[in-house]
Design a protein around this ligand. Sequence first.
Ligand code: HAM
Length: 445
Amino acid sequence: MDILTKKVKGTEDILPSDAYRWQFLEKLMRNEAEKCGFKEIRTPVFEHTVLFNRSVGETTDVVQKEMYTFDTKGGESITLRPEGTAGAARAYLEHAVYNDGLPVKVFYQLTCYRYEKAQAGRQREFHQFGMETYGAADARADAEMIFAASNIFDRLGLSGIRLEINSIGCKTCRRDYTNALKEYFTQHRDQLCDTCLSRLERNPMRILDCKNESCRIIAKDAPVVLDYICGDCSAHFEKVKTFLDAADIEYTVNPTIVRGLDYYTRTVFEFVTDSIGAQGTVCGGGRYDGLIEELGGQPTPALGFAMGIERLMLVMKAEGIELPEPEKCDLYIAALGEEAEKKAFEITLDLRRSSYIAETDIVGRGLRAQMKYANKIGAKYSVVIGDDDLESGCAKVKNMKTGETTELSLDDFGAGFTQLMLQSRRDAVIASLPSEKNSDTRGGE
Ligand code: HAM
């Protein structure tokens, strides 16, 4: 196939026939975030490379292997965002958003870019919905965050997604853990890949999320971080669990979760499913109490999550979740003859002014082709306007499902069509009511 009509590997198009699913999810997620008091933040697609090096971490797979980094003509190193947390934190600091009053709560829907091996559920351009809170250290903030993600899955009717949580401690308690990992991996250094050999010195925790097979086998028996967390972190984790219990959110503690990004502290969590193959993590997040300070701000506890929309779509498909299809065309107005075309165009625009979905021919088709198109777009009603109709001042509107026709005046078409739509809605409501026979349970005298 010609490269001109072939998308780049790892990217996907969202076609008109599918866009409504995305719109539905975006609307639902926005609504969930807004209910919890979060406001939208929009940040640029690219940032200075150093922002991701510093926040995501120099020794992570994302920074070492997956970033789309390039020099601009002006010689600046720029990177397409591999995730949303760093950009949001940068914007929070740059614009002193903390002056709006803490906690600051933001959400975003954005594209991310990672040069990974493309496969089902893993793309090079993908979409994330994420939420971030700045300035809340309390365990209720963790539970609020987890609840929001969990409620999105519940509202979509998904049942096969489970929540796994862990605590990876703070900077202080991490020191002991890092030493334990160093000791363990040093014993197996001959089986580590080159990248992990350098991680062994700089950041042994990152060996735990290496995708290389031999590193993964060794990592399985490595010490787990939960055994090394300090009293404060442990108490915080217990509180998080208490609030999750109070909120009736089911979870399991998975002590092997460390997350693949360097900024995390204390609570980390993932929502996972077995229904979509190897890339089963639909959502990931946690605390990052040190990040804002690392980027030059005041010490500020923070936390968040992001879910991959493509993976969510896959889970919905696997679980057979259907989304409501968008409204179809209310009325297709076919026209025959020059004068009729003018009238049809006029009526179409009038109906649109009244918020109906109205269509008329804009390509110069014959009547048969116009009606074929009306069928194809699933128009609820159609009307044909010809010279005779202009003369009589009336035209017959046809219900495309039942074939029933109703004559409407062309002079007052909008009002007539509104009556017709109201009547059809009334009929639909009556038809959906239980019949008298079935609903009357009072019994006789
Ligand atoms: P992450 O785990 O790297 O975390 O990504 C979050 C989610 O994005 C994943 O659970 C997955 O659903 C989706 N995802 C990641 N990579 C790909 C890919 N190549 N193709 C398709 N989907 C993908 C973060 O990005 C953190 N910023 C989350 C966060 C926000 N933590 C705190 N606040």
